[in-house]
Design a protein around this ligand. Sequence first.
Ligand SMILES: Cc1cc2nc3c(=O)[nH]c(=O)nc-3n(C[C@H](O)[C@H](O)[C@H](O)COP(=O)(O)OP(=O)(O)OC[C@H]3O[C@@H](n4cnc5c(N)ncnc54)[C@H](O)[C@@H]3O)c2cc1C
Length: 526
Amino acid sequence: MQWNAWGVAAGNKPLSPAVGTLLSQAFGVQVSDGGRPSEDAVILRDSTLTADHVAGLGELVGAANVATDKSARLLRAGGKSTFDLLRRRSTDPQNAPDAVLFPADHDEVVAVLQYCSANRIAVVPFGGGTSVVGGVDPERGGSDAAIALDLRRLNSLSAIDPISGTARMGAGLTGPQAEELLGAHGLSIGHFPQSFQFASIGGFAATRSSGQASAGYGRFDDMVAHLKVATPRGTIELGKPPASAAGPDLRELFVGSEGAFGVITEVTLRVHPVAERTDYQAWSFPDFTTGAAALRAVVQAGVAPTVLRLSDEAESGVNLAMADKAGGAAVTSGCLAITTFEGTAAHVASRAAEASAILTENGGTALGADPARQWEHGRFNAPYMRDALLDSGVLCETLETATTWSNLGTLRGAVTAALSEALTGQGTPPLVLCHISHTYPTGASLYFTVICAQKDDPIAQWTVAKRAASDAMVGNGGTITHHHAVGSDHRPWMTAEVGDLGVEILRAVKNVVDPAGILNPGKLIP
Ligand SMILES: Cc1cc2nc3c(=O)[nH]c(=O)nc-3n(C[C@H](O)[C@H](O)[C@H](O)COP(=O)(O)OP(=O)(O)OC[C@H]3O[C@@H](n4cnc5c(N)ncnc54)[C@H](O)[C@@H]3O)c2cc1C
């Protein structure tokens, strides 16, 4: 992962001429390479970890697995939100973890947590570092120093139960590593968030991630059968598959706990055979309301496509404007929807036929397989474009929420209006694009992409817009986050989400498992 951009350098791509034209027409900006500062020009605040503590931690994980050099610290200075990427471009002094540790196994993680608890050192669990909510910010809280605990060495597939359909995996495995190990046994998780290539199994569990195939395989939290967690108080193992009525499900307390309650070291997941076949079909709808009603009809009929998404008019229009001639336009008016179906040939055929009938009845026009295949082909490339847009003086960020079907239109309208007003009020009218990418019988998520010209201080500019959008979400029946998690960025809205008593319960749990308050300070819990 690049320290100042998404992904690997080989994936960086200049903006296409079509995008350049769009940017100059919409925002009056010209494509440029931005002149990002080099690593040498970036200044990190000095490490406050004492030499004794560096040596003490080295005794636990091996001196070679404690890094205090600038590159290691800079790479873990934050996640990959637009705030993070803009902060990395600054030549003012930046916060960074005081050291980075690479433990080898669960027992080393427990030992590190106990040492840090006794020595006032905050610990920020670090998976892929793809958080977009400030989840890996190197905050010290009340401690004297903060380390990033990089879990990449916890990377084994330690058990498979093909009869029950489960696999036990190290928390540090990235999405592709996990799929490769499982693929050798003909198995797959089916979890493909846009950050798939870099995010980790432990990170998915710690943030309740949801992937692009969630309509078929569910959210990541649905897949977690068992967790092994290291806390400063010792080890806790949770989850008795297939199900249990032994009181409240404590596994749920740790799924989504964002490193504040413990470090997830091992995850046992529900897995399934690699699909025999995938069918692709794209659709066009005259408008978003009609398309959303059609998606609802499909989901409520229990048809279960693997991927089911719908872009609104603005997003479909921008996709069309951005399509290079060779790329082919997905839809020429209205809204584009994508469906895919994975499974055995017979199961794919029956679900695709049923979905097709329902979508057609509800106003959809079939566009064939190509636009759906193109979407799948390019689905991991979009984050690279954000860096090129930032280089060119364009602000670009995404945010997401969810609500019931009956409230979807109200929430979409309110968030779009809040973003438009907040940015137009600053003299930078935005394009606000939206799609549905995760569906449930009772409702759906809304995923917004916001693009506008940058002001002199884009961090302050986006802070105003993000606050307005977040207020609009919680004020209009939405959740503050459907899958990006809370981190530090959404923490101010947690009381609105779970209430005062809910916050007290979270604090009480934290006091039990982390009495010294070293685990990921400043995240999740207000
Ligand atoms: C371009 C882009 C696209 C994205 N697309 C999606 C998407 O489609 N769906 C989606 O759900 N999310 C998406 N995200 C958000 C992000 O990828 C997810 O939140 C992901 O689950 C984070 O995994 P990670 O391994 O990178 O975790 P990190 O970023 O390293 O950490 C995230 C949080 O979890 C904690 N944590 C990490 N590992 C552990 C562990 N083992 N034990 C305890 N706590 C831990 C961290 O301390 C932090 O609070 C996207 C992000 C980007 C930048």
